[in-house]
Design a protein around this ligand. Structure first.
Ligand code: SF4
Ligand code: SF4
Length: 452
């Protein structure tokens, strides 16, 4: 088994509710709401207006810059509106609302690559960019930017199939049901980077998926190796996965490419395969719908822009005593207040919690047990980071305690017996530090202008 990393926790993986459930295709809704920002980077500019007819796979959002990714129609039909709609990130985001005509008319823009084996790295980057592929594990960083910035630097290409967050089983099912896409996508990446092998990192609790992929590798002779990893959260975090597979550590403030590694989520590899061999951009997403509030948990594949309420309906609805909805996993996901928010490119899971699972403590007090320090995979000191943030001392948080290195994995919050909201405080603290930096930059620029 591949080497491991410092810290981490062992939460109950709660995957039993959906791990044996095949991916079901959800019937497309009568209306999809497609946000023009579903990725890290500049939002897209809508290319369509109210009343336009659109086809499945047609580009409807033009990237707003290099770090951006185009957006495509996930159903065929008529544009009903282009207006701000509620977003899973909070607030409203400019969205294209399409009324589904249920014809599934595929756009003429959807064209497979004629000679995949003869593609140059630049050609693959272009295909990936045109298909609107972003990190589908939830990071949503545009994949064409990741590839082009790592070309010539990365000699370790890694597929992240750890799926270490509790509850989520979409990647597990994808590997079991679509191994040709996983291995095909990995092979294209090996060709692109010119490496002898691409490594797929899978946690040991998905040995059946490792076996299926190994059979596919044996059948095709693909330049891919499966590495079975310890089941420990956050095994799927980039720095931890990079260390577990390559033995290389990514320095503070650096990217995997700086350590010669480039990491792609397993669903991203499948999306690359579909873009090349089918010409299909990102128009659908596999979402695990689970948690104690869901009547019948499932893995569902739905068009991008499907309201999450439709996912819950397809799972028999929610229990009456549901008190919390989370988009994403329980460790890093975001609480939601509206079931009308749409599934985006980064949505891999919708959780609903009911009954007596809530463990909120109104005035939590640190008992100085030190467990958070032992759990932090980045070797930070959450106890002190929290203390200084509570005092408003962001200087110490940033410079002495290296708080900006926090990957917001939630391991410290999970292990804390006093139930301090550590990760939440760090997320807020990091945002405030960023705001401080921007304010300082603006002040400096204003000073410079005054002097000039
Ligand atoms: S949330 Fe941050 S501080 Fe807490 S364990 Fe994860 S990386 Fe460490
Ligand atoms: S785990 Fe919680 S109670 Fe223990 S030292 Fe850390 S913050 Fe304090």
């Amino acid at each position: 088994m591949a080497q491991s990393f410092f810290g981490g926790v062992h939460p109950d993986d709660k995957k039993s509710a959906t791990r044996a459930k095949p991916i079901e295709t959800l019937e497309a809704p009568a209306e999809v709401v497609i946000p023009m920002s579903m990725h890290i980077g500049a939002p897209c500019k809508p290319l369509v207006a109210k009343g336009d007819t659109v086809q499945l796979g047609q580009r409807i959002g033009e990237p707003g810059g290099f770090v951006s990714a185009p957006i495509h129609a996930s159903v065929s039909g008529t544009v009903k509106a282009v207006e701000p709609r509620p977003s899973s990130m909070g607030g409203k985001v400019l969205s294209v609302v399409i009324e589904n005509d249920f014809q599934n008319t595929i756009s003429g823009e959807v064209k497979p690559v004629a000679d995949p084996g003869g593609m140059t790295p630049e050609e693959l980057v272009e295909v990936v960019r045109n298909a609107g592929i972003v990190g589908l594990g939830g990071a949503t960083f545009p994949t064409h930017v990741k590839i082009s910035s790592a070309l010539g630097k990365a000699d370790y290409v890694i597929i992240n199939a750890a799926e270490c967050e509790p509850y989520i089983t979409g990647d597990h099912r994808t590997m079991l049901e679509r191994p040709e896409q996983v291995i095909g996508g990995a092979t294209l990446l090996a060709q692109c980077f010119g490496v002898d092998k691409v490594y797929i990192g899978i946690e040991a609790n998905k040995q059946d998926a490792a076996d299926v992929l190994n059979r596919e590798i044996a059948k095709t002779g693909a330049p891919v190796a499966v590495e079975v990893l310890h089941t420990r959260y956050p095994q799927g975090a980039e720095k931890q996965l990079c260390q577990a597979i390559s033995g290389r550590q990514i320095p503070s403030g650096k990217l995997p490419a700086d350590a010669g590694c480039c990491i792609f989520n397993v669903s991203t590899a499948c999306a690359i395969y579909r873009a090349v061999y089918e010409g299909m951009p990102i128009v659908s997403k596999v979402v695990t719908v689970s948690g104690s509030g869901v009547i019948e948990p499932k893995n569902l594949e739905c068009p991008i822009g499907t309201p999450v309420a439709k996912l819950f309906d397809a799972c028999g609805g929610l229990r009456e005593d549901t008190y919390k909805l989370i988009m994403g996993g329980p460790m890093m996901g975001m609480a939601q207040y509206d079931t009308e928010v749409p599934v985006g490119k980064g949505t891999g899971c919708m959780l609903a919690f009911a009954g007596d699972e809530e463990q909120y403590v109104s005035d939590p007090q640190c008992i100085r047990c030190g467990k958070c320090v032992g759990a932090c995979p980045i070797r930070l000191e959450p106890i002190f980071m929290y203390k200084y943030l509570m005092k408003g001392d962001r200087e110490t948080f940033e410079h002495k305690l290296h708080g900006m290195d926090c990957i917001e994995c939630g391991a410290c919050t999970y292990i804390c017996p006093a139930r301090l909201p550590l990760t939440h405080a760090f997320r807020m603290g990091k945002q405030q530090v960023q705001a401080d930096r921007m304010a300082a930059k603006a002040r400096a620029e204003a000073e410079q202008k005054k002097e000039a």
